[in-house]
Design a protein around this ligand. Sequence first.
Ligand code: FE
Ligand code: MN
Length: 361
Amino acid sequence: MQKTFQVGAKTFVLDQAKAEAAFAAKKVINGRATMTFNLLPLKYQWAYDLYRKMKANHWEPEDIPMGKDIEQWRDEKVVSDVERWIIRMGIGYFSAAEGIVGDNIQHVVRELVTAPELKLVLGRHAHEENIHADSLLYMISSLQINPHECEAMFEDIPTIVRKNEFVTKTSHALRRDLDLTLPENKKLLAKNIFVFGQCMEGTQFYGLFGMVLSLYRQNKFPGIGQMFRYTLRDESNHIEVFRNLFMDLVDENREIWTTEFKEELRSLMREAVDLEKEFINDCLPVNSIGLAAEEFVTYIDYIADRRLESCGLAPLAAGVKNPLPWLAEMMDIKKEQNFFEGRVTEYQKASSLNVAHDDEL
Ligand code: FE
Ligand code: MN
């Protein structure tokens, strides 16, 4: 079917069939290669919806006051050495981790997927990792922590080194020009998306989220806690982006979804859980008020199983109960009224564009 536009002396003919063929060629991988970023018509509606949700949650670190945190950091009577160590580990680990996630999106996943709306949401995802990295820089400079300390933490703390190696080993082999028509390579990409979304952002981030937000609940480090809350809210969207990407990739490439492959993914999660438990014991070598290492360890078993199940995989520690039910509430920032929420609401109003595509060419 063709549609003709007569404008003055000129005639333009648009070909619906050609456009439909281009749409049909939209795929997670091995789709139509184009530089025109043809978002419409959307095939992966979830990607556009998540892009808008993420945009509406936009935040900037320097909008969050750090005065109280600075005061508490210096006061021996208010915070203990263990509590200060948790903050140091939080800043040290995430400074490396946010960068690794952003790098993997930009150089691996966004390069290899072909549908433009997937690239759109991945671009936003990578930008949010920049915001998170910047928020850590802001915390470090506010508390006047020696910036070399931060680099030293991910070189010298073995449990951080091991967590970082665990994820980067699924990333290095995948850069550019990978032949994704081969099932082995499809599996490598699926593994990368699973490890980054479900094992790292979905599970290994939660030990420290739990600990820092436990302190926040005790009114310790309110600025850092607030930034971690915004980060946790962002991460929940990142986990969803990577979960949807993983499910659609598997759906479009059923040949990789074998029993062996499912077991391989489960054992990667097992490895991630073990590394995280060791790491928690380094963050919290002695229990502190309201902070018991055992609870965070159990939480990791709990959250890892939720991630596995969300990807259609069998749990590892089935039946574990959530020992930190308050953690989910920490993401629910919308209910609060504070100076900052005014801005978040404004962003949400600004993005009320509605894309419908019932109009034929
Ligand atoms: Fe992040
Ligand atoms: Mn993230």
